[in-house]
Design a protein around this ligand. Structure first.
Ligand SMILES: [Cu+2]
Length: 183
């Protein structure tokens, strides 16, 4: 009986490790998508546990919950910062693998593929405040293809920074998308 049980859990472990490889690819989405999938998966597995009297199914589903939770936590760390900004003609997703801090930060900019050959520029600025002058930093974004861009920008102090993304398509009007970040 003991032997059978340990064989059983070994089989489950093997199956889980195979499943993990598959799900790793599946969870290479945005953190929001991953979180929604995680919640859906969690509620489904809880329902299976509740309606099942089979110990083995219960064990499998519990293992699955831990696996999914682990993957979700990993994916959420992958994008520590993410913000979606919209204008009338463009949607921009700005993200960072690390939390935004004072100083230079690597930012990923994702725009619609129809702007894949556009020039993208970022401007961050903080309006003048009592005892503090206006501050800004402008950076060109590097085109990685398929609407993905990357840039490195300086937030020279803590506080609320305005972010403007300028998209200049090969043909057509220049687009400005606005958002902000608190540091
Ligand atoms: Cu300031």
């Amino acid at each position: 009986m003991l032997k059978r049980n340990s064989f059983c859990s070994k089989k489950i472990r093997m199956r889980n490790s195979r499943k993990k490889k598959k799900t790793t690819i599946k969870y290479q989405k945005t953190s929001t998508d991953a979180y929604i999938s995680f919640l859906t998966n969690l509620s489904q597995t809880i329902i299976i546990i509740l309606i099942s009297n089979d110990k083995r199914i219960q064990m499998k589903t519990i293992a699955k919950i831990f696996l999914v939770a682990l993957l979700a936590a990993g994916t959420m760390q992958a994008a520590a910062f993410e913000k979606v900004a919209k204008s009338r003609s463009a949607k921009v997703t700005i993200s960072s693998e690390k939390p935004i801090t004072t100083g230079y930060n690597d930012l990923n900019i994702l725009i619609d593929e129809k702007f894949a050959d556009a020039a993208v520029k970022i401007k961050v600025f903080m309006p003048a405040m009592p005892g503090m002058p206006y501050m800004d930093n402008v950076a060109e974004a590097k085109n990685l293809g398929h609407g993905k861009f990357t840039t490195n920008v300086n937030f020279s102090m803590g506080g609320t920074w305005q972010i403007h993304i300028f998209i200049t398509p090969k043909t057509g009007k220049k687009i400005r998308v606005k958002t902000s970040v608190n540091i």
